[in-house]
Design a protein around this ligand. Structure first.
Ligand code: FES
Ligand code: FES
Length: 166
C-alpha cells in the first residue's frame, strides 16, 4: 500500500514563459507556483504571507488573470505565461503603477505591495478608467496590515490617468 509520502519527491519538467522569457526546469510536482518563482527562479519579489490563499501577497498574473500563486501548483503553469512584479519595470524605469505607489505613499512595510500592484495591473489591463470601487473590488483579496488602503486606491487611480495620458 503506498505511503502518504508517496510521490512527494516526484519531479516533472516544465516549460513556461516568465516575464517574457522562456524557462524550462525540472520541478517537484508538489511545489507551488510561489515556491517555484522564489526558490527556482530567484524571483523573490513575489511574497508569501499566509501560504493558504488568504492574504493576497503572492498575487501574480497568469495568462492575464491575477492568481494567488501559493494556491497554484508550479506544474499547472506549464505552457503558460506568468508575470511577476519583477516583469513590470523596463529599462531601469519603474512601471507607472510602481511610480504612483511611491508618489502617493501607498506602502509602509511593503510586504503586501507586490501583490497589490499585480492585482491593480490586472485591473488596469482590462479597465483603463477605474473608479475607487473598482480598485477596492480588484484588491479585496489583498490584505494590508499597515492599513495603507486609501493611499493604495489613490495610487491606482493616478496610475490609470498616467497610463491613459501617455
Ligand atoms: S501567501 Fe498566497 S494568499 Fe497569502
Ligand atoms: S504596506 Fe505593510 S502590509 Fe501593506
Amino acid at each position: 500500500m503506498p505511503s502518504r509520502e508517496s510521490g512527494a519527491g516526484t519531479k516533472r519538467r516544465i516549460a513556461l514563459t516568465v516575464n517574457g522569457k522562456k524557462v524550462e526546469r525540472d520541478i517537484l510536482t508538489r511545489m507551488t507556483l510561489a515556491e517555484f518563482l522564489r526558490e527556482e527562479l530567484d524571483l523573490t519579489g513575489t511574497k508569501v504571507g499566509c501560504n493558504r490563499g488568504e492574504c493576497g501577497s503572492c498575487t501574480v498574473i497568469l495568462d492575464g488573470n491575477p492568481v494567488l500563486s501559493c494556491t497554484v501548483l508550479g506544474i499547472e503553469a506549464a505552457g503558460r505565461e506568468v508575470l511577476t512584479i519583477e516583469g513590470l519595470s523596463s529599462g531601469g524605469k519603474l512601471h507607472p503603477i510602481q511610480e504612483a505607489f511611491v508618489e502617493h505613499d501607498a506602502l509602509q512595510c511593503g510586504y503586501c505591495t507586490p501583490g497589490m500592484i499585480m492585482s491593480i495591473k490586472a485591473l488596469l489591463d482590462r479597465n483603463s478608467n477605474p473608479t475607487d470601487e473598482d480598485v477596492r473590488k480588484s484588491t479585496d483579496g489583498n490584505s494590508c496590515r499597515c492599513g495603507s488602503y486609501p493611499n493604495i486606491i489613490r495610487a491606482a487611480i493616478e496610475a490609470s490617468k498616467k497610463m491613459t495620458h501617455k
